[in-house]
Write a protein that binds this ligand. Structure first.
Ligand SMILES: [Zn+2]
Length: 197
């Protein structure tokens, strides 16, 4: 009798758990269908700060320091001293922070276009990311690796395009799209070290 009762209780518990699992399963798709894009349209998504997931596209400071510790010369064969390595790692962080802040500021203004500029000679990037080439905010959203710095010692920076013209339509002199036919150019590998002159 006791065994039968225990068996019955176990069966009841099993049924309850099964019902619970079934209910949860039914609820799941509902959760997934929750609209991600809110009433303000595509830009509420596009304008999500890239800061949150930039770590998936750029090396961390730890990774950077570890890599630099293992390197003795830059791409031009110039020797790198220990203090220089630390300076480059810190500059990476400062420059990345600068880029992220520029994009966040642009989002407050509703900026759609950004262009690339150089603070000095940068043989690593200048061919793949020409000075004055532009990207849209949407492209930055899809490809966060378009955010400089691209490599250690990179001199490239991103700037807000302030003009009124739609760069896509008018091809303003000196500005060319970086991405044509949705094909991302080959961006430099972050491991390419360029010591400042
Ligand atoms: Zn560069």
């Amino acid at each position: 009798m006791l065994i039968a009762l225990i068996g019955l209780a176990l069966l009841l518990i099993f049924i309850l758990v099964a019902i619970r699992v079934g209910v949860n399963k039914e609820r799941e798709p509902e959760k997934a269908e929750q609209p991600v894009i809110h009433h303000s349209g595509i830009y509420s998504i596009v304008r999500k700060s890239p800061r949150e997931n930039i770590g998936a596209h750029k090396p961390s400071m730890d990774e950077l320091r570890k890599y630099l510790a293992s390197q003795n010369v830059d791409i031009q064969g110039k020797a790198i001293s220990a203090p220089e390595k630390e300076r480059m790692a810190e500059r990476w962080q400062t420059d990345l922070e600068k880029s992220l802040t520029i994009i966040e500021e642009g989002d407050k203004k509703g900026t759609q276009f950004y262009y690339y500029d150089y603070a000095g000679n940068d043989p690593v990037c200048q061919d793949s990311v020409p000075k004055g080439s532009f990207v849209t905010r949407e492209q930055i959203f899809h490809y966060p690796n378009l955010i400089p710095p691209f490599h250690v010692g990179c001199r490239c920076s991103i700037k807000i395009y302030q003009g009124d013209e739609n760069l896509r339509d008018t091809r303003v002199f000196g500005f060319k799209p970086l991405i044509s036919e949705n094909k991302l150019p080959h961006l430099p590998e972050w491991k390419k070290i360029l010591v400042s002159a």
